[in-house]
Write a protein that binds this ligand. Structure first.
Ligand code: CTP
Ligand code: MG
Length: 243
């Protein structure tokens, strides 16, 4: 299988409620540069040829187009939930995208995704008919809680993975799967779940553990340290990398 054209969808229309900051988390700065700019920079580094659809809240008061390094990109309106934002972008692509085009979806809140993982993901998905996602095996012992916050059972972690992004699927299959999930009232939190609901088995592609999704306040400091360490490893310099 080949990739005719590579599409990137970056859902960035969330409000960052769990972060509890004075602005959506994608606009918080890490070393003078907002999370959104850092995430797009990483994606562009790995996929300069891609066409981007960036999902933004219609009332977004923070966005600056100078943070988008892609030559071919468009803004699309976000929806109520993440899945609605991604679907808006997929619907927007309908006149241009071919059924077999590969679409990669990446959360704006994951600025630490490593270029090596992005490269490996794309290389794997080119020959993968169903599609797949970056993921990491669960490392901690897993407990199931009752409503009082007490352990009811220790779950086996055998075969359990954390689902990360990017997640990549063929345009036609992904659009149908997400519309199908919504029609059936299944509220999916990632693309793979919708594909699974179609009876297909997305490929798990082992990625790095430092592909953190900034979600809670302490994550911003973690992301800052991860980015600094990655920059040092990539360039040998202890700097706020010039991404
Ligand atoms: N997102 C989106 N449209 C929405 C909701 C979320 O595009 N209606 C995006 C977010 O911007 C983020 C990604 O989906 O990049 C993952 O969502 P999440 O981590 O939950 O971010 P938020 O929804 O912003 O955070 P919270 O749930 O804490 O409010
Ligand atoms: Mg959310």
């Amino acid at each position: 299988m080949t990739v005719e054209r590579l599409w990137l969808i970056v859902p960035a229309a969330g409000q960052g409620r769990r972060m509890g900051a004075d602005r959506p988390k994608q606009y918080l700065s890490i070393g003078e540069k907002p999370v959104l700019a850092r995430t797009l920079s990483r994606l562009h580094q790995a996929y300069p040829q891609a066409s981007l659809r960036l999902c933004l809240d219609e009332d977004d008061a923070w966005f600056d187009p100078c943070w988008v390094p892609f030559g071919d990109w468009q803004r699309v309106a976000g929806g109520v939930e993440r899945v609605d934002s991604v679907l808006q972008a997929l619907d927007d692509l309908a006149p241009e995208a071919a059924e077999n085009d590969l679409v990669l979806v990446h959360d704006v809140a994951r600025p630490c995704v490593h270029p090596d993982d992005l490269q490996h993901l794309l290389e794997t998905l080119v020959d993968e008919p169903v599609g797949g996602l970056l993921a990491v095996p669960v490392a901690d012992t897993m407990k199931r809680a009752d409503e009082a916050g007490r352990v009811t059972v220790t779950e086996s972690r055998d075969g359990l993975w954390h689902a990360l992004t990017p997640q990549g699927f063929r345009y036609g299959v992904l659009r149908e799967a997400l519309h199908g999930a919504l029609d059936k009232g299944i509220r999916v939190t990632d693309e793979a779940s919708a594909i699974e609901a179609q009876g297909l088995a997305p490929r798990l592609i082992a990625g790095r553990r430092d592909n953190l999704k900034i979600t809670h306040p302490e994550d911003l400091l973690l992301a800052t340290h991860i980015l600094a360490a990655q920059a040092e490893a990539m360039t040998g310099a202890v700097v706020d990398e010039a991404e």
